[in-house]
Design a protein around this ligand. Structure first.
Ligand SMILES: Nc1ncnc2c1ncn2[C@@H]1O[C@H](COP(=O)(O)OP(=O)(O)OP(=O)(O)O)[C@@H](O)[C@H]1O
Ligand SMILES: [Mg+2]
Length: 132
């Protein structure tokens, strides 16, 4: 469970990009952030992941306050990952090697099992509904 309360964050001290954002994501719930270019979608994801630390507000993961936990500790202790919008794979590694990097903190056998599941998974393609 991810609970964000009244988050304020930005890249420079003078400018707040997120100005009091709150969001609640339940276990197994899939949420899509929609909005125009530059509205702060990636900034919110970076703040949840701990790439960017909030100036105020709270980020609660599985009931624990993780507001000021940086990304490398969240990956390790909260199994929380972040795939950036660009430069998101190591171009000179294979697909499997890239997946292994992502599963670095998992026990080796569990990582192997999960990789097998993912590479054999069938993707269901849904046609968007036409507007009347
Ligand atoms: N590293 C950075 N340093 C300073 N400002 C930044 C940085 N990254 C993003 N911004 C600014 O933060 C604001 C929000 O950007 P963000 O990338 O979060 O938007 P977005 O909703 O993800 O946009 P897009 O739809 O283009 O992906 C924009 O004004 C952008 O210029
Ligand atoms: Mg973005």
């Amino acid at each position: 469970m991810i609970k964000i309360d009244n988050i304020v964050a930005g890249y420079t001290p003078e400018v707040d990009i997120l100005k009091g954002i709150s969001l609640h994501v339940d276990k197994a719930e899939i949420v899509t952030l929609l909005g125009p270019n530059g509205c702060g979608k990636s900034t919110l994801l970076k703040t949840i992941a701990g790439v960017l630390l909030p100036r105020s507000g709270t980020i609660t993961l599985e009931g624990q306050d993780r507001s000021q936990m940086p990304v490398h500790r969240k990956i390790r202790h909260c199994s929380l990952g972040f795939v950036p919008q660009t430069d998101n794979v190591f171009a000179n590694l294979t697909v499997r090697e890239n997946m292994q990097v992502g599963g670095h903190y998992m026990p080796a056998q569990a990582c192997q099992r999960r990789m097998e599941q993912l590479v054999t998974m069938r993707t269901k393609v849904c046609q968007p509904r036409r507007r009347p």
